[in-house]
Write a protein that binds this ligand. Sequence first.
Ligand code: DQA
Length: 142
Amino acid sequence: MRVAVLNGVNLDELGRRDPEVYGGLSHSQLETLIYKWADELGLTAECHQTNHEGQYVDWCHEALDWARGVVVNPGAWTHYSYAIRDALELFKVPVVEVHLSNIDEREEWRRVSVISELVSKRIIGKGQDGYREALEYLKETL
Ligand code: DQA
């Protein structure tokens, strides 16, 4: 069962970027874990990260054709990108919103998620383990 894991803007800087908030893993270390967890669950994950909103939207459109479930962490786009919201709205399969940090307990502007009402599940503030929980949820749901 193939699932897409789509990480957005500035997540390529994990490891250097405020490790107390986002954890100390680099993005490639995070991806390695995601692939391992997916494998353990019998899922086939395809991870992507981009700093370009149009690319993120294109990957959403491509995933419409093959993904049985989707895990998204759009980074700061979460808080204002209606383009990504519109792209995610096209999915008929479950979409899980993950954030490493607890966006509900940070700055006011981070508490807004323009995608929250579309997703099947939100996992917030659990660091890297949030991705594992998202994959487990997809495994149970699919
Ligand atoms: C984030 C939270 C966002 O507010 C922030 O802009 C990010 C990462 C998280 O995973 O905690 O880039 O999505």
